[in-house]
Design a protein around this ligand. Structure first.
Ligand SMILES: *Cc1c(COP(=O)(O)O)cnc(C)c1O
Length: 388
């Protein structure tokens, strides 16, 4: 079925926007194909919960569908309903399961609930007795202690001959707690536990791995892999060079350039004292735009992983954040740039080709996932089509 991808729209609004986000759909498609190759004979889903990690579930969903994804995971049924027109013949799994009052949205949009507790299971059986057969997935908890039936309960269910014929799980799944740490013994323990359960559900698909698990090798792939962050160019593994193509560029405009004297202080709390006469660029992005306050140049007592604050990139140079990030603005120290290199109205890259998303995350003491899902509503967006 042909699906029109919106052409890259670099509008006049985008050209002049105070904050802008460029999302490379071609890079997302490339990353999906790369992960599909790494997944070997397993199929590869697309995880598009939380508005596709803040990047837009419609555009991202359509791109992944076009690239060949036929399995999608969302957190909530409303997200599944938004996705459905863009992924017409795909299976859409809903991780939060199904609750009383949500039957209509599940059946209208042909969504597949992920059943993860005994209560959910009992409710789902009652729904089936009224409506007849409908697919579901079963989640088993193999050590995360988040959602999932205990392995022994999932095994008992597999062997329960009295379960109704309308009960038709199409997938059994679990989730790794430490997949990002290739040295962790936890993944192998979870693998062994999951194997026992998935074997008992012979004949239906099994799925264990998110982005990071794909890199743990074929034992972890089963029938379906579930990458999210790696599709969006983020780091899936700790301490390993990121092989994915970057997807997002965030930029914000310089509202004002100002000169300040040695000994003066910068931003709230006066936490940073200038060591030299300085030139400062006041930029139109702050913590309301996901440019987290913990990224500040100074005065963040809770930040432990990285002592210095974040940076921006402008005129070919990395420039440090001076003082605290505020709600709508961040101040960068541009003293080291030639005076005529930048002007008010220019854009500073917050992350993108020159500053990795995960470098911003580390400076802010968090992970790329949190940066992306905190971007907020103020960025003007352009979607680049590229090679999809
Ligand atoms: C979010 C999520 C994923 C995707 O995780 P990434 O680390 O972003 O690849 C896969 N499976 C489940 C159950 C999830 O909650």
């Amino acid at each position: 079925m042909p699906f029109a991808i919106d052409p890259a729209v670099v509008t006049e609004e985008f050209e002049s926007a105070p904050l802008r986000l460029t999302i490379d759909l071609g890079a997302i498609a490339d990353n999906w194909r790369d992960l599909a190759k790494r997944s070997g004979s397993a199929r590869t889903a697309g995880i598009v919960k939380a508005d596709a990690y803040g990047l837009g579930i419609e555009d991202v969903g359509q791109t992944l569908y076009h690239a060949g994804a036929r399995d999608f995971f969302v957190a909530l049924p409303t997200e599944g309903a938004t996705l459905r027109p863009y992924a017409p013949e795909a299976r859409i799994f809903v991780l939060a399961g199904i609750w009383a009052g949500q039957e209509q949205i599940f059946f209208d949009n042909d969504l597949v609930p992920v059943i993860s507790s005994e209560e959910q299971l009992a409710f789902w059986m009652s729904v089936l007795s009224e409506r007849g057969e409908h697919p579901c997935a079963l989640q088993v908890d193999t050590g995360f202690n988040r959602l999932g039936l205990r392995p022994e309960d999932a095994l008992a269910l597999a062997g329960d001959v009295s379960r109704p014929a309308s009960f038709a799980p199409v997938l059994v799944m679990s989730h790794l707690a430490c997949g990002d740490d290739q040295a962790s013994p936890m993944s192998h323990r979870q693998l062994e536990s999951f194997r026992t359960v998935s074997t008992a559900y012979d004949g239906i698909d099994a799925s264990l791995s998110a982005s990071s698990g794909i890199f743990l090798g074929p034992d972890y792939h089963f029938d379906l892999t579930r990458p999210g962050i790696a599709l969006y160019g983020g780091e899936a593994l700790n301490g390993v060079a990121n092989p994915m193509r970057p997807v997002v560029k965030a930029e914000a405009r310089i509202l004002m350039l100002r000169d300040a004297k040695a000994g003066e202080t910068v931003s709230y709390g006066a936490t940073q004292t200038l060591a030299r006469d300085s030139r400062l660029a006041v930029v139109s992005a702050g913590y309301a735009d996901g440019f987290l306050r913990s990224n500040s140049g100074a005065g963040v007592p809770l930040r432990q992983a990285v002592q210095q604050g974040g940076t921006g990139f402008v005129s070919g140079t990395r420039v440090p954040i001076a003082g605290r990030v505020t709600m709508d603005m961040t101040i960068f120290d541009v003293t080291d740039l030639p005076r005529d290199a930048i002007r008010a109205g220019d854009y500073v890259e917050l992350f993108g080709d020159n500053i990795a998303l995960d470098d911003v995350a580390r400076a802010a003491g968090t992970i790329g996932y949190e940066i992306l899902t905190s971007l907020g509503l103020r960025y003007e967006r352009a979607y680049l089509e590229g090679e999809i």
